[in-house]
Design a protein around this ligand. Structure first.
Ligand code: PHE
Length: 346
């Protein structure tokens, strides 16, 4: 009788066997079906069963063994299927690509300008954004009362918090300050490009901002002429805006260059025939330039009888506007991804 009860109780157990992994399953197999397993032990007991009960108990035992084997095989197949699935994973595969960010249009344009000038021998020079009056104005031949120094244009940095008096420390309003630093620290020949952020105290609107970006250039050597300047700028304009581009130089004034000029390119939107962008003139202004004033050379310790040079400066936002038709300057600093994503493939 004991055997019958044992069979029944084991049958209940084995039909609900559970295992979390292949090891646990093997332990179950050993527990029930190995030579010393519980079911095997019942088979041993079976030998002592009286003949008249053998048939029935034999069937019960077989059913118990089949159930145990069936359940164990079922679980085994489940684990094998899981393992096969895991083996399919190629762990050496590179992960899914991370979405790449986009390059900022101002960086794209600045780098293009740098690349164009580097092909004719210009190297990059950089300097501080927080500057002193001497490097931004004084050595560049600005008269002491020049209006650019006025609080309207220049952000002065207060030395002591809360003290409202203007000081000598300011945010550079052009990267010509880098040129004075290069001229005072290097000997000619000098051929540098000075890209960087500049600050002016302007009300923020679609057409003006309190900071923007410039690329200025400076070339000083013996016998540098205005024709050299013109040639370099024509080369730049054609590289930047296409081989059809024409340039036009108009007389202008900057304290640090003499003669000074402003340069227009033939409107790259209408090709020079006149459109709303160029206000019907066929020309758009893109930069200021001129021959470095001898006073500037002397202030920087360069002999103006031996050396001459040219300088030019342009706004990166302006060039970007021409290249990519970005009408509102504020878009450049708002970091709206809907704007920035448009430059994904550039
Ligand atoms: N520094 C001038 C500006 O900020 C640009 C310029 C540079 C003009 C060099 C002439 C020569 O407007």
């Amino acid at each position: 009788m004991a055997l019958r009860d044992n069979i029944q109780s084991l049958l209940g157990q084995v039909s609900e066997l559970k295992a979390n992994n292949a090891e646990e399953l093997e332990a179950l197999r050993i527990k029930y079906l190995s030579k010393k397993g519980e079911i095997t032990a019942l088979f041993n007991e079976f030998r002592n069963v009286p003949n008249e009960e053998k048939r029935e108990l034999g069937q019960m035992l077989n059913q118990l063994r089949q159930t145990a084997e069936g359940r164990i095989n079922e679980l085994k197949e489940q684990f094998e299927a899981k393992k096969a699935e895991a083996d399919k994973l190629d762990l050496t595969r590179t992960p899914d690509p991370i979405a790449l960010g986009t390059r900022h249009p101002l960086s794209l344009v600045r780098e293009e300008i740098e690349d164009i000038f580097s092909r004719i021998g210009f190297t990059i020079a950089q300097g501080p954004e927080v500057e002193d009056d001497k490097h931004v104005y004084g050595m560049l031949n600005f008269a002491p009362e020049h209006p650019a120094r006025d609080m309207q244009d220049t952000f002065f940095v207060e030395k002591e918090m809360g003290v409202q008096k203007p000081t000598d420390v300011l945010l550079r309003s052009h990267t010509s300050s880098v040129q004075t630093r290069v001229m005072t620290s290097q000997k000619p020949p000098i051929r540098v490009l000075c890209p960087g952020r500049v600050y002016r105290n302007e009300a923020i609107s679609a057409r003006a901002h309190c900071f923007f970006h410039q690329v200025e250039g400076l070339y000083i050597d013996k016998n540098v002429s205005f024709a050299d300047l013109r040639e370099a700028l024509l080369y730049f304009s054609k590289e930047m805006f296409g081989p059809e581009t024409k340039i036009r130089l108009r007389p202008s004034y900057f304290p640090f260059t003499e003669p000074s000029a402003e340069m227009d390119i033939s409107c790259n939107i209408c090709g020079g025939t006149g459109c709303s962008f160029c206000k019907g003139t066929g020309w758009v202004e893109i930069l200021g330039c001129g021959m470095v004033d001898p006073n500037v050379l002397e202030a920087c310790g360069i002999d103006s009888k031996e050396y001459s040079g040219y300088a030019f400066g342009m706004g990166v936002e302006r060039i970007t506007n021409l290249k990519y038709r970005v009408k509102d300057l504020r878009l450049f600093s708002e970091n709206d991804v809907r704007f920035l994503r448009q430059f994904e493939s550039c």
